[in-house]
Design a protein around this ligand. Structure first.
Ligand code: ADP
Ligand code: MG
Length: 476
């Protein structure tokens, strides 16, 4: 039979596993080992200080809940950190929960309408007091404006958000609807606005809620016959941030109740911030009257970031975590994962975890291996952009030339090679490859591939270029 601390930690892991992605679980929880359990304090060993910080920053609330659930109300967690080899102090370092106090984002208590406070309040965000209730803003302090890197892809949305944060309810951007694809920063930006408002107007009641949570609360309210409380609660907000409103599609009752809350807030000059994965015109299953209200303010979109912005985002994240990585590694990550910032960050953190676990320096080689292992299902293939960069570096040509229409011999050849590898290593269509390489059509790309194949059979020198490049490009 295993010892109690092992059993308890095993039980904790079970719950944690159900609440986070498998990748995150493997990365952050599998390497932990439980050490002892004394007076409701469970000590776990983590591989490095970075690990500890990461857990504290990203999994603190989950850990707290799980520990309380498994160890009772007095349950606590302590970390024992394996010290890096180069550090002299060899005694394990222990730190206690709870960690940082992020109280600045708390709302001051607000008064509920009398009739509502008489009944038991069911809303999970509020803790009933005598007459006042506390509303947790649900804002994540790390999603601040400072951490939101500006680029062409997000300039309008970011500056509109900034204006709203300076003057909530007092701009033409009400509601402010931020829309764009998955992992492009909608949630982050929505939080930034909320945080900006809380910093400048601490007395304003700000609430961030996902549409899903809103909808579930509403269903509970119907069940418990507390719809009035529910509506009153939301009508008390000074700033209401609702994330992923496309979730309301086809949910007529939820749309109805949201419509009333929306009107009340809007009429009273309160700020509404919405996010969605689609532009209002493309939202299906949404009532017309709601859609037309979404368009009252400003709809601003987030585009996929360009390479420079992706690099800047990675650098910002590294800076925030006190990490330094070789430039080529950062570039490789930014080149390889180009559609989804969340995935790019995921790759970066996996890389850091792995390096800290194995106490290895982070090299380009390791980065390649990591991308191969951890991002296999999502961003496995190299991008056309990356291929172009490697080819241009190899032949010492500026990438702009390759993308231009110039017919200079050495550029034409490099361009053909880039097309050849793009065809071979990515799933892009010939037309798309052509578009990336000086606006050529699919026939030109096909011709390039044939030419490269022929040359590689007849020209030894050329063949050795290809082999070199293939080695550089292959993710191994
Ligand atoms: P969405 O809600 O659009 O799916 P998120 O807001 O969750 O995307 O963003 C995904 C990840 O990318 C988050 O970790 C976020 O911090 C990061 N991110 C997105 N855009 C930026 C940006 N411009 N600067 C810094 N980090 C960003
Ligand atoms: Mg989101």
């Amino acid at each position: 039979m295993s010892a109690l601390h092992e059993e308890k930690w095993e039980a904790c892991l079970k719950v944690i596993k159900d609440n986070i992605s498998i990748q995150a679980f493997k990365t952050w929880f599998s390497p932990i080992s439980p050490i002892k359990l004394e007076d409701s304090v469970l000590t776990i060993q983590v591989p490095s200080h970075f690990f500890y910080e990461w857990l504290e920053e990203h999994y603190i609330s989950l850990l707290k809940k799980v520990i309380k659930k498994e160890l009772g109300p007095n349950g606590r967690l302590e970390y024992s950190i394996i010290m890096e080899k180069n550090q002299t102090n060899s005694t394990p370092y222990t730190v206690k929960l709870p960690a940082s106090n992020k109280s600045s984002l708390h709302n001051s208590p607000v008064t509920m309408p009398l009739n509502a406070s008489e009944k038991q309040i069911k809303n999970p965000f509020i803790i009933p007091g005598l007459k006042k209730v506390n509303v947790d803003s649900n804002l994540n302090p790390s999603y601040s404006f400072e951490n939101f890197v500006e680029g062409d892809c997000n300039r309008l949305a970011r500056s509109a958000g900034y204006a709203v944060a300076k003057k909530p309810g007092g701009t033409a951007f009400n509601p402010l609807l931020i829309y764009g694809g998955v992992g492009l920063g909608k949630t982050h930006l929505a939080h930034s606005i909320g945080i900006g408002i809380k910093n400048q107007f601490p007395n304003k009641t700000v609430l961030y809620v996902s549409s899903e949570k809103f909808a579930h609360q509403f269903i509970d309210a119907i069940k418990n016959q507390t719809t009035n409380d529910f509506i009153h609660f939301y009508q008390m907000m000074d700033v209401l941030i609702i994330d992923d409103v496309q979730f309301f599609s086809g949910k007529e009752k939820t749309q109805d109740v949201f419509f009333h809350i929306f009107n009340h807030l809007h009429q009273n000059g309160k700020q509404i911030i919405l996010t969605s994965d689609k532009a209002p015109v493309e939202m299906q299953g949404m009532e017309q009257r709601l859609l037309s209200r979404f368009k009252w303010g400003l709809s601003a979109d987030l585009q996929a970031p360009d390479l420079e912005t992706r690099i800047a985002i990675l650098e910002n994240k590294m800076y925030g975590n006190g990490i330094d990585l070789p430039r080529e590694v950062v570039e490789y990550l930014a080149y390889s994962i180009n559609t989804n910032i969340r995935e790019m960050e995921g790759a970066l953190t996996s890389l850091l975890a792995q390096a800290s676990l194995n106490k290895k320096a982070i090299t380009l080689e390791l980065a390649k291996q990591m991308i191969d292992k951890f991002v296999k299902n999502t961003a496995r293939e190299v991008s056309i952009e990356y291929i172009q960069k490697v080819v241009c570096d190899y032949f010492d040509l500026p990438i702009e030339l390759l993308k231009s229409k110039t017919r200079k011999r050495e550029v034409v050849q490099a361009r053909q090679i880039a097309m050849f590898f793009s065809k071979k290593m990515t799933k892009s269509s010939l037309a798309n490859i052509g578009a990336h390489c000086g606006g050529k059509d699919h026939a030109t790309v096909l011709h390039a591939c044939r030419t490269v194949n022929n040359l590689s059979e007849t020209d030894k020198q050329f063949k050795s270029y290809l082999d070199d490049l293939e080695k550089k490009l292959s993710i191994q």
